[in-house]
Design a protein around this ligand. Structure first.
Ligand code: GDP
Ligand code: MN
Length: 356
């Protein structure tokens, strides 16, 4: 049976969402947070929100990663907040620190350059380690070996609505490999030569691209709705990316030879350090090139906030049933905002029709 265009699973909700029953069936998945000890207030705030809106009924494990050991208070407070098990991992230096082959002189020069351009985190060394780690190493941490799916959470985020389903189950049942809620433009100064590297990669390994890829989401012929002025743009990349502070993904995609080949190619260019390549454009471009567009999923019903943007379900019935606390007409609601790349995602054509 063919159903009309929709990415919505609310069709499946014949009765209002059950709010209190404990669900016994779980996927092989963990909630994942990379963070620092001093971020504990924001960590607890994010945990409380996700537990309340989703996890208290499922009790998925929480996995915490850090480049230095977590302290006792962090471990006690997060264990107390979690409904599921908690695990704490120390990232090995070789997965986190700047590799020895980075040219230190050039690196310092470029830090200064981005600082002068007033690029956010332009002169931060640790932010670059974080972006490279999230691009190429998080899925290789020992603690994640046992899992198939992860749900990335950051400190100080909020989930505005009850989850109408287990998103991990949606991923497995619908064969999704990458899930997002918000898509926006990247700061061009952070990715000056990223697209050159990607084009070189595509020229070198054309067979690695998925035949039903989302290249059309990343490049456009028009600049309509583009927020950051691009008069000087040297790149065909439209700067669209999935905002990776919210991510639900299949770890096996990132572990694949194809993704690793892609990551290693980019890494060898040094752009994580000489520029400030973010894990968001790197994941987004990787998923867009290597996956079938139908393997990437926009979670339309999840209300979410990470300063300065949020997303709130448009449908009033969804907002009521899911007890949302957000305003779809608010200034920072992103789906239909000119800063949003969501229209480009729709135009890219994924998920137009479901065959049920
Ligand atoms: P923004 O969202 O781009 O402004 O960057 P954040 O400061 O939120 O950093 C992104 C994620 O990486 C968050 O989960 C942070 O807690 C984490 N993070 C950033 N820098 C570090 C770091 O140096 N060490 C650790 N352990 N986590 C970090
Ligand atoms: Mn953040």
């Amino acid at each position: 049976e063919l159903k009309p265009a929709s990415n919505s699973y609310l069709d499946d909700l014949i009765i209002p969402v059950e709010r209190d029953s404990i669900i016994q069936e779980r996927e092989n998945a963990t909630i994942l947070m990379l963070c620092r000890n001093w971020e504990i207030p924001g960590v607890l705030q994010s945990m409380r929100s996700l537990e309340d809106r989703f996890n208290r009924r499922y009790k998925y494990d929480w996995t915490f990663l850090n480049d230095v050991p977590f302290d006792d208070y962090f471990i006690e407070a997060t264990s107390a907040m979690a409904s599921g098990k908690t695990k704490y991992g120390l990232i090995p230096s070789e997965d986190w620190d700047r590799p020895a082959w980075i040219d230190e002189e050039l690196f310092e020069e470029r830090l200064q350059m981005l600082k002068e351009k007033k690029v956010i985190y332009g002169d931060s060394k640790s932010y670059r380690n974080m972006c490279r780690f999230n691009s190429g190493f998080f899925f290789r941490q020992k603690l994640l070996d046992q899992y198939d799916y992860y749900f990335r959470v950051e400190p100080d985020v909020e989930y505005f609505c009850d989850f109408p389903y287990d998103p991990f189950k949606v991923m497995r049942e619908k064969k999704k490999k990458y899930g997002f809620v918000i898509s926006i433009f990247e700061y061009e100064d952070t990715v000056t030569t990223l697209w050159d590297a990607v084009e070189e990669f595509m020229d070198t390994y054309p067979e690695i691209l998925h035949p039903n890829n989302s290249l059309s989401f990343l490049t456009d012929t028009t600049m309509v709705g583009r927020f950051f002025p691009v008069v000087d743009s040297n790149t065909d990349y439209n700067l669209c990316h999935f905002w990776s502070n919210f991510e639900i993904g299949d770890l096996n995609f990132f572990r694949s030879d194809e993704y690793l080949q892609y990551f290693n190619y980019l890494d060898s260019k040094g752009g994580f350090y000489y520029e400030r390549w973010g894990d968001a454009p790197v994941h987004s471009i990787g998923a867009s090139l290597l996956l079938d567009k139908n393997e990437i999923h926009h979670f339309d019903e999840i209300g979410y906030s990470h300063v300065p943007f949020e997303t709130c379900p448009t449908s009033i019935s969804a907002r009521l049933v899911l007890r949302c606390m957000c305003d779809p007409n608010g200034e920072s609601n992103i789906p239909i905002h000119p800063n949003s790349c969501l229209m480009r995602w729709w135009k890219n054509g994924a998920g137009k029709l479901f065959i049920r």
